[in-house]
Design a binder for this molecule. Structure first.
Ligand SMILES: [Zn+2]
Length: 344
């Protein structure tokens, strides 16, 4: 899930709204094209899209948060002369991954929209609400900017830029009026192999983690793993998540030995260190929570011990520094993980 409301905070908060300014096209490997957030925006605000293609077909993984963004992807695939899209994958139900579904299906009506059954059911039951909430987020952002400008809280030289963000947020919100998210017609409960022509991909549900129905897409040929929101260049979004399941899911992904991992929120990096860093943090959080549980059992009293994050996590607190997440922020995140695991 995105932090779409954190505009006006942080040095690299969202400063642009047009799809071309938010996502840049990056050829990760032969047959692997990604639309990845630029350095100008906070990666947690927008989700990436990745396209794999072979000689016969293409698959689009996630469809971003508005029709205009999906339109841009559609134009790019056409301009590049890529094979037709035969599959569209929703890695999970969150709105920043699904609101371009209808645009892409209009362009490729015979494509199969794939998701985990839990994601399909979330969209079927809550799709309209997901759209409405995304629209409210965009309108709220515009209102907050406009109020901040009116109250003189924005530096004079920055006013035009923020006003354009507010205006574009309203345009994006307008796009969502009457938008319906198509319900996925194909499901992947565990694994599915798809053949793009000279390129076989594995679509995999690694277990309950970020949501009940996460999917990832693995291209063994190129060694590229599209990880969805199982990875972020930020503290993981654990609201509604299964923290212990998440550690197990990342263990399963680590076994694939990916050469390159693309998180839904973050940049393209030529290694799998982000996966290793998050896995180490999740594992440690589970160990710490287990330690509390066993000492509470020994004492025969419910656990009330205080967590000392520094001594519990030590050097692991520096593991996300490469991605711009400092020790203090990781400490807060680590404490939240343990709290969740202790039933908080
Ligand atoms: Zn998400």
């Amino acid at each position: 899930m995105a932090c779409g409301i954190c505009v006006l905070t942080g040095a690299n908060a969202a400063v642009a709204q047009a799809p071309e300014e938010i996502w840049e096209e990056v050829e990760i490997a032969q047959g692997v094209l990604a639309f990845v957030t630029t350095e100008a925006v906070a990666p947690s605000s927008y989700a990436n899209t990745i396209v794999f293609y072979g000689s016969e077909a293409s698959v689009v993984v996630d469809t971003q948060d508005r029709p205009a963004a999906a339109e841009r992807i559609s134009h790019s695939l056409r301009d590049r002369g890529l094979p037709p899209v035969r599959w569209i994958v929703n890695t999970h139900w969150h709105a920043d991954h699904t609101l371009g579904n209808s645009t892409l299906l209009q362009r490729w009506p015979s494509a199969t929209l794939l998701a985990h059954p839990a994601t399909r059911d979330s969209i079927r039951v809550g799709g309209d609400r997901h759209v409405a909430e995304q629209r409210e987020r965009l309108l709220g952002r515009a209102t907050r900017i406009e109020e901040a400008v009116a109250a003189g809280q924005v530096a004079e030289e920055a006013v035009p830029r923020w006003e354009s963000v507010a205006a574009e947020s309203r345009v994006a919100a307008e796009e969502l009026v009457a938008l319906r998210i198509p319900v996925p017609s194909g499901v992947v409960a565990d694994t599915l192999r798809i053949d793009l022509g000279g390129r076989e991909l594995l679509i995999l549900h690694p277990g309950v983690a970020h949501t009940e129905g996460d999917l990832v897409v693995w291209d063994a040929g190129s060694g590229v793993l599209a990880a969805g929101d199982l990875l972020e260049e930020a503290p993981l979004w654990i609201e509604g998540a299964d923290v212990r399941g998440w550690a197990q899911a990342l263990e399963r992904l680590a076994e694939l030995r990916p050469r390159e991992v693309l998180p839904s929120h973050g940049r393209v990096r030529g290694d799998a260190r982000l996966l290793d860093a998050h896995l180490a943090l999740l594992r440690r959080a589970a160990e710490v929570a287990d330690g509390f549980a066993s000492s509470a059992a020994t004492r025969g009293a419910p656990g009330s011990e205080e967590l000392n994050v520094e001594s519990a996590f030590g050097e692991l607190l520096d593991r996300l520094e490469t991605y711009g997440v400092g020790r203090e922020a990781v400490g807060i995140y680590a404490a939240q993980l343990v709290e969740r695991l202790r039933g908080g």
